[in-house]
Design a protein around this ligand. Structure first.
Ligand SMILES: Cc1cc2nc3c(=O)[nH]c(=O)nc-3n(C[C@H](O)[C@H](O)[C@H](O)COP(=O)(O)OP(=O)(O)OC[C@H]3O[C@@H](n4cnc5c(N)ncnc54)[C@H](O)[C@@H]3O)c2cc1C
Length: 403
């Protein structure tokens, strides 16, 4: 495989390096990481670019140009990503480009509903960063998350959907018959309807060392960070499907993967649990919870507590991957729409929230099944309800429901 032509010079402890790495990971852009703590040539190059100073991340691109401590907006501009919409008004604005958002978009755009999708990360959502989808209908051999996301994007764009990426929606509000969407760069867009396809985010443990070693041994995405642990021992926290599947993925790189679950056995599906059991590189430690992540500049061990006896012990690990569930991404709409007691957005049968013209679909919706195929299905169902809502408004019919 050809060497990536983007080289990120940084360290494992620098938070801006981690942010840039995450950005490239989300955008599925290949890059090479050079740790200037251990690579003298890399350090010399950083100092040469920065007039003798040690400023990281310093990112060198294939065309010979470089960016030093870039913001995500600068990185997006350098990669040529579209972060600003062409118009101020659309029939429909979809927030989130996972399977729910993109499926809805291709349905609506195909029917002539002008659709803008705004995505804060990379196109494809969680499905896009999943190593492999084995259970999405129509892919008998399975499909990599990246390929799946690229296909969805191409299909949506074929029908004329406009997609912004690396652009966060900071507010959704109502102005009479219009729904208003504000973005992190100060942009404001209006539409007849908004679909919240916001998905969920990895839940954190909230234990000592979790923040300190973020990106320096503590990770939430095996696809993004697993390859850093080639030949080393890693720990996976959690006992569900994500923990099981990602542990199997990590065995491609790691020497050994220890799954730590507080329960008596894995709660993953039978198939996943069996695959874990068959993998000689995976050990499962039950009835145990991590209580601290420890190390110096980088995590090197995990303190575990026996959930039955309270006894503590330490387990050596170069990295730990936490897969303990998801929290809905609802921060910017929490004062706008109704949610259940876990914070997932509630809707009626047509997937409309309590606010007319604001719909929700996929993992962010209360009662959703947290699967790519069902998220896509909800996207399609929402699109049909949105069409019924938008068409009278767009054609100026007096019985339009907005208000
Ligand atoms: C590790 C892992 C493995 C999985 N494996 C499988 C599998 O094998 N099979 C399967 O069916 N499912 C699998 N899933 C679940 C599947 O990926 C999800 O169910 C699916 O992606 C949900 O789709 P969604 O569109 O609802 O949300 P998401 O895919 O989460 O997309 C939501 C998008 O909204 C964006 N967003 C959120 N807030 C904002 C904002 N304020 N502004 C702009 N954008 C915003 C997010 O960045 C995200 O891209 C897996 C998930 C994970 C994490």
């Amino acid at each position: 495989m050809a060497e990536p032509d983007i080289v990120l010079y940084g360290t494992n402890w620098c938070s801006d390096c981690k942010r840039s790495k995450k950005f490239f990971g989300e955008q599925r852009v290949a890059y090479k990481f050079v740790d200037v703590d251990s690579d003298a040539e890399g350090l010399a190059l950083v100092e040469r670019i920065n007039d003798g100073k040690h400023v990281i991340p310093t990112i060198v691109f294939g065309d010979g140009s470089n960016l030093v401590e870039p913001s995500n907006a600068q990185l997006a501009a350098k990669l040529g990503l579209q972060t600003t919409a062409k118009c101020q008004f659309y029939d429909l604005i979809i927030v989130g480009s996972g399977p729910a958002g993109l499926t809805a978009s291709l349905y609506t755009a195909r029917e002539g509903i002008e659709t803008l999708v705004i995505e804060r990360g990379g196109v494809g959502g969680q499905a896009g960063v999943t190593e492999r989808l084995d259970n999405f209908p129509g892919f008998p051999e399975g499909v990599t998350g990246a390929d799946f996301a690229d296909r969805l994007r191409a299909q949506a764009e074929r029908f004329g959907v406009e997609i912004l990426s690396a652009q966060e929606v900071t507010r959704v509000s109502i102005d009479g018959q219009y729904r208003v969407v504000n973005t992190a760069d100060g942009g404001e867009y209006r539409a007849w309807a908004v679909l919240l396809a916001l998905g969920s985010t990895y839940r954190r443990l909230g234990i000592e060392g979790e923040d300190d070693f973020l990106g320096a041994g503590v990770h939430f995405c095996a696809t993004c960070d697993g390859p850093f642990y080639r030949g080393q021992d890693v720990v996976v926290v959690g006992g569900g499907n994500s923990a099981g599947e990602e542990s199997i993925f990590l065995t491609k790189f790691a020497n050994k993967v220890t799954i730590v679950t507080r329960d008596e056995h894995l709660s993953a599906s039978k198939i996943v649990a069996e695959k874990v059991g068959e993998n000689a590189k995976i050990e499962v430690v039950t009835n145990a919870s991590p209580v601290a992540f420890k190390g110096k500049d980088h995590l090197d061990r995990v303190a575990l507590k026996d959930t039955r006896t309270g006894e503590e012990r330490e387990l050596g690990a170069a990295g730990v991957f936490v897969f303990i569930g998801l929290s809905p991404n609802v921060g910017m709409v929490k004062d706008l729409v109704k949610m259940d007691n876990l914070g997932f957005i509630t809707t009626d049968a047509s997937l409309q929230t309590n606010v007319p013209g604001i719909f929700a679909a996929g993992d962010v919706r209360a009662g959703s099944t947290k699967q790519a195929a069902s998220a896509a299905g909800e996207g399609a169902a929402a699109a049909l309800a949105i069409r019924r809502y938008v068409e009278p408004l767009a054609s100026g019919m007096p019985n339009a429901e907005a208000g």
